[in-house]
Design a protein around this ligand. Sequence first.
Ligand code: VG1
Ligand code: CO
Length: 580
Amino acid sequence: FQVARVETTPLDGQKPGTSGLRKKVKVFTQPHYLHNFVQSTFYALGADKVRGATLVVSGDGRYYSKDAIQIIIKMAAANGVRRIWVGQNGLLSTPAVSAVIRDRVGHDGSKANGGFILTASHNPGGPHEDFGIKYNMENGGPAPESVTDKIYENTKTIKEYLIAEGLPDVDISTVGVSSFTGPEGQFDVDVFDSTTDYVKLMKSIFDFESIRKLLSSPNFTFCYDALHGVAGVYAKRIFVEELGAEESSLLNCVPKEDFGGGHPDPNLTYAKELVARMGLGKTNNESEPPEFGAAADGDADRNMILGKRFFVTPSDSVAIIAANAVEAIPYFSSGLKGVARSMPTSAALDVVAKHLNLKFFEVPTGWKFFGNLMDAGMCSVCGEESFGTGSDHIREKDGIWAVLAWLSILAYKNKDNLGGGKLVTVEDIVRQHWSVYGRHYYTRYDYENVDAGGAKDLMAHLVKLQSSLGEVNEIIKGLRSDVSNVACADEFEYKDPVDGSISKHQGIRYLFEDGSRLVFRLSGTGSEGATIRVYIEQYEKDSSKTGRDSQEALAPLVEVAIKLSKMEAFTGRSAPTVIT
Ligand code: VG1
Ligand code: CO
């Protein structure tokens, strides 16, 4: 093939958000749009890093992925990349990309230097929905802000991009290596099985035999919903083929370009089928729900954990995994190096860290902030309230890992009663946890796709209020006598303890005297308008009061949050789009 230099001009709006660049497909398919972003990434990495590199390119299989993969292959070849690794059919979950970058060894002994992940995660897919792309570094983690900032700067000045001419489209449906010759020599495209490396990693972390015993026990029932995302590929291989779950326990496990028209976001609103099967919500389902249920998002880095008629909040989930990891998961048997959560995530993990005397970190929203801590050996388990949980086995959150972690805990707690005795259930484990550590009542209200100007004004209003806490407490007193005073309020700022970098404006916090918190943020993953997230949390230490209904327990704080922020006045919304 030859290298063509194609003239281009900067295109607006290519600033990567919380997790890469996410836009409507019709934006991505504009002439030069994807090309500009990919070339800007190569420029940000630097020619010396790109030349001779081995890069992974794959994703959750959403609409436009196959075309994008062919474009990136041709641009990589023209920029002097030596090898491109593609999961079969272009499918690799986000955690699998991370694992492949870190662990896979190519047929010629090569190792990857980074990769492009093609996904818009939990956003819907299809010709009228979202596409996305992000770059992950050599450690398998998302590019840090220093790199994404450079990419964005490059998108504003780009004049040309390089693309291979005369390089045919590569068949990505068949495993095998195709070699081509360009001006600088050999260029390989290596198509490999999407699950092998990931499964090997999972087997090195968990005791598959004990999970298999649990899954095959007559008194344990299981259900997994991939919402037609890429998790289905891994679920079949791991839960059914390796661990012996029934094929019928898998819901929506065939990946689809449009996720079957659904919203591949594993929460109580969007994972409807699973929620009904688990006996939650309004359902006339007569049959007995399974003991355990879980769901993933489009790219399989998120997880929702459910017990029979029982929802586990993600904030509790990471705390419970941390509290049980050493006993239940072989990978952690020699102890945890530390734990971390994102700022809006509840403080349930903090309490565990304190009890177990573990290093603890609070980072801004987005997985990229955990990576530095893990690379420095300071953190083993981390999580976000947004259904993201993971560990230092890779540098992304990991939906299947979280399910295996929960199954490991269940297997451990039930090791003596799998013969037919009464099981320790998901609900038992959570209630037991609350009785030891107290409970963090928690909810998040999302106002999706509101007017961007109104959202900005609301945030500015909340920042301004922070300078007069006296006034804030007057307002609260006028609203509810059962809500305590605000003790302090600020905008969260993070100084990375490893590299000293500072991230500002990471969310507006109101911290109450009784430990309750209200947090307000604008989403950085949407593709239209603005999404306001309100995070509401209240701690209850008294074990006789940890069993209340969460929405009921939080109602006073919710009212304060909505009125204090003047939500309806700024957005015209009287109710949130999604409550998790
Ligand atoms: C959201 C979540 C955040 C998560 C991010 C990426 O970001 O709140 O916790 O890390 O999505 O997850 P935001 O900026 O919209 O609040 V994923 O599964 O979309 O890569
Ligand atoms: Co995701």
